[in-house]
Design a protein around this ligand. Structure first.
Ligand code: MN
Length: 202
């Protein structure tokens, strides 16, 4: 059974950039719903426990056909949101440091270019989805996925993710996705992203 992870900060901690009401509904209803439906899909699945959500998504095609779509959507939803909460912090913002900074310079030329390309990917995602800073075979890439598709499904490893579903911003920003994305940079948890980056590179 998968469980809804606790937020590493209060619901109001990311104000004014991400509002408390959105955080409460997003975590307590949306993410909780994905966990519930993921567990329902895996119920009766003979391999118990089924392993980490990362491994399940990486090996999605090994699952019985009749639950692959449910696990892709709800398992993806669970994995994506778990990364999303970690991608933010009330002490966030600023710019990447250390080895992640160096890797960003080498992959994109610098933080400003990364920010520009990431924002562009966020604004051009049609409909619901995500934008990610991921590792693809050891190389940093910006990618966007539709719906709740996870980079793990494509054998990539997300180290930072931004939710582009309207439920992530509509209460405060309505149709202004660009304002939401701009505000999000103020809460990005770069030290967590570097931790993820270094852990993966080990
Ligand atoms: Mn969401």
């Amino acid at each position: 059974m998968f469980e809804l992870p606790k937020l590493p900060y209060d619901y109001s901690a990311l104000e004014p950039h991400i509002d408390e009401q959105t955080m409460r509904i997003h975590h307590g209803k949306h993410h909780a719903g994905y966990v519930e439906k993921l567990n329902a899909a895996l119920q009766g699945f003979k391999q118990n426990p089924p392993g980490s959500i990362e491994n399940i998504l990486r090996n999605l095609k090994d699952l019985p056909l009749d639950i692959q779509t449910a696990v892709r959507n709800n398992g993806g939803g669970h994995a994506n949101h778990s990364i999303f909460w970690q991608s933010m912090s009330p002490k966030g913002g600023g710019t990447p440091e250390g080895k992640l900074k160096i890797a960003i310079e080498s992959a994109f030329g610098g933080f400003e270019t990364l920010k520009e390309k990431f924002t562009e990917a966020a604004l051009s995602r049609f409909g619901s989805g995500w934008v990610w800073l991921s590792l693809d075979d050891g190389k940093l890439v910006i990618e966007s996925t539709a719906n709740q598709d996870s980079p793990f499904i494509e054998s990539r490893t997300p180290i930072l993710g931004l939710d582009l579903w309207e439920h992530a911003y509509y209460l405060k920003y309505q149709n202004r996705r660009g304002d939401y994305v701009n505000a999000w940079w103020n809460v990005v948890n770069w030290s967590k992203a570097e931790e993820q980056f270094l852990g993966i590179r080990k």
